[in-house]
Ligand binder design. Structure first.
Ligand SMILES: *Cc1c(COP(=O)(O)O)cnc(C)c1O
Length: 397
């Protein structure tokens, strides 16, 4: 079997239709490029929603994974292993926090942070049991579990999945007064994305993260910063909150933490918060496994040099300048190597034209194209993507 249509037909026939993929069947990937089964090459401007920050199959990460494959891959947390301690120490240090609770997917880490905040709320803050409220924001995306879609306002993510988990209240994103008004004696935490990714790379007003930090401190509630997509270099800093010098109480990490090789997520916080967990109160069979820890520890090491953050900062500024100059683009949002490009018309059509022109990108919310290339991309490659976007926008059919 070699034909794109044959593979697509199999996927259509045998997989649930919970995605609407572009008609490309990838077979190989390296750096910022992927190759399909027909031998066509594409520049990857999505990077698995930011999970491939270091490019596909980064040699350093592959070497670390290969070495670990020859040693031990999974032992469960019933036993300790030699990759665990060094990884949690290094990640805690990267975040400037005391401890780490590793999981696998982003949604699991968000669930972990919510459980942490509730338990902390009852046992440390003294909120009456089962009455804790966590504040969230309109337009949020934190994953797809039943609890997480309970505080989503996207009808596609929610409809037919109720009954929903209580204990959440949503306010407009970027509106500090609405947030202040929503805080009461049952509030235990604020959960936010420092830049809303799935909403279309929406950046809050300057000073918003600082104001949330001050409000949380004053109210004695936890600031939970979901850096799953924004973090680990993407915006030109290790964490998007760094741009305002804001330190949240809880970091939620995922996506790029696994180096594009294995799913690795984590909640990182100080002992007075993550210390609420005792044995059996939370866990995961695969969380913190030797292969995951080995790869993620290498990811952390790669981030400590600042090299990738620097690339994202410089190349990102260049990308945003180039995009802003395109005649058919209505607006460009985002930061670093992360851009939400608002188009006058159907963005799906544009992503299909980009595909035909050798660029992989995905539309979101009908009229927005997101660019989130691997941070190893070059200036010339970015230029290629922008030129193809310009041509795709000029095309008529
Ligand atoms: C992708 C994402 C998640 C969910 O991660 P999964 O690994 O898909 O479960 C949560 N929060 C944010 C901000 C994300 O971008």
């Amino acid at each position: 079997m070699s034909d794109t249509a044959d593979y697509r037909a199999l996927s259509e026939a045998y997989s649930a239709h919970n995605y609407h993929p572009l008609p490309v069947v990838i077979t190989e990937a390296e750096g910022a490029w992927v190759t399909d089964v027909a031998g066509n090459r594409y520049l990857d401007m999505l990077a698995a929603y930011g999970a491939v920050n270091f490019g596909h199959r980064h040699p350093r990460l592959l070497a670390r994974a290969r070495a670990q494959l020859d040693r031990a891959t999974l032992v469960s947390r019933a036993f300790d292993h030699d990759q665990f301690g060094p990884f949690v120490r290094d990640l805690a240090r990267l975040c400037g926090k005391d401890m780490v609770l590793p999981m696998n997917t982003g949604a699991e880490a968000v669930e972990t942070a919510l459980k942490t905040a509730r338990k902390w709320g009852y046992e440390v803050k003294g909120v009456p049991v089962d009455e804790a409220v966590i504040l969230t924001f309109a337009g949020n995306f934190h994953g797809r579990t039943t609890t997480i879609v309970s505080f989503s306002d996207d009808p596609i993510a929610r409809n037919s999945f109720g009954p929903f988990t209580p204990g959440f209240r949503s306010v407009p994103y970027g509106d500090i007064e609405a947030l202040r008004a929503a805080v009461d004696d049952r509030t235990v935490a604020v959960l936010l994305e420092p830049i809303q990714g799935e909403a279309g790379v929406v950046v809050p007003p300057s000073g918003f993260l600082t104001a949330v930090r001050e409000l949380c401190t004053a109210a004695g509630i936890l600031m939970i910063d979901d850096e799953i997509q924004a973090g680990l270099g993407r915006t030109g800093a290790t964490f998007a909150a760094d741009h305002e010098n804001v330190v949240p109480d809880i970091y939620v990490l995922g996506k790029a933490l696994g180096g594009g090789i294995v799913p690795v997520s984590a909640v990182v916080a100080d002992t007075d918060i993550l210390g609420v967990f005792g044995p059996g109160q939370h866990g995961s069979t695969f969380g913190g496994n030797p292969l995951a820890c080995a790869v993620a520890r290498e990811v952390v090491a790669m981030l400590t040099t600042g090299e990738f953050q620097e690339r994202a900062r410089e190349l990102g500024a260049h990308l945003h300048r180039r995009l802003a100059g395109l005649p058919d683009v209505k607006a460009v949002t985002g930061r670093g190597l992360w851009a939400g490009i608002q188009l006058p018309g159907d963005a799906r059509r544009i992503s299909e034209r980009l595909l035909a022109r050798g660029v992989l990108a995905k539309e979101t919310h009908g009229t927005i194209i997101r660019f989130a290339p691997p941070l190893v991309i070059t200036r010339e490659e970015l230029g290629f993507a922008v030129e193809q976007l310009e041509s795709a926008l000029a095309e008529t059919d």
